[in-house]
Design a protein around this ligand. Sequence first.
Ligand code: SF4
Length: 300
Amino acid sequence: MMIDADHQAALRHEAEHWLFDSEPPVSLYPRQEGLPRIRVAKVIATRGCWAQCTFCNFSYLVKRNRRSAPAPVIDIAQVRHAVRERAPVDVIKLVTGLSFGEPSMYFTQLIASVRERRDARVQAFSAVELDHLSRRENCSARQILVQWRQAGMDQLGPGGSELLIDEVRQRVSPYRLSTERFLEIHKVAHQSGLTSVAGLLIDRQTKPEHILEHLDRLSTIASGLDAIELQCFEPEKSPLSIVPGARLDQILRALKAIKTMYPHLPVRLNQRTIFSIDREVLLAEAGLDSVLQTVWEVEP
Ligand code: SF4
């Protein structure tokens, strides 16, 4: 759905109110029903990553010494077995760190092996991996996406965590792709007949103006998005454990801002961030559409 510039500006103005207003968006009489669950399986190709983003638990496990052994990658037979034997899910998410060893063909085979499960959507990797592979193999992101789509990919994932503000990216993830490249890869995915999911990472220090700017940036790809995942920084899983996670009122404000600017897009949040019925009721009231619940996970 395309939104014209005037309408987008009016929605942005309304979103500003939710982010900057002194009253948190909490109802005194919230509705009581729980939110729908999206059952997720995670296939982790490798936990090693050279990119060293400070907030990431994949980066945390990588040794900086170049002579150390590369992180192991998952065996295709192990993935096939899990896909056949484990419980049914709605989405299979393929995720990985950035490795120097595996070619894009390895990831194509991984996609084909999970596609055996016809009843689940296959969300494969993200703009970060596509940028890395296209540079390493000297080919375009479009060429890799064509192969992946033929193998059974349905949509491009949001990546571990994104805040499309280059100044922040330079500070916490200087080796990841730029905002411009992120948006370009999502557009290529949409032109290739795929949908994609965007993320929004927030922590205690995320400024409301950064959230607005991030949402502005998404306007150029919003028509091809399937959903937005609101991702809350988890300090205990990161080398940045001294930075506190997002407060509930920050999450509620960000949620309201997303729903105001992109009312047609479902917003999802991970089950881990909810952790209580009270929180779920407040989040549902603020417009959260569904909860991502990991049912099973395989890794090397
Ligand atoms: S966020 Fe992505 S690119 Fe950054 S260290 Fe983690 S896996 Fe690597």
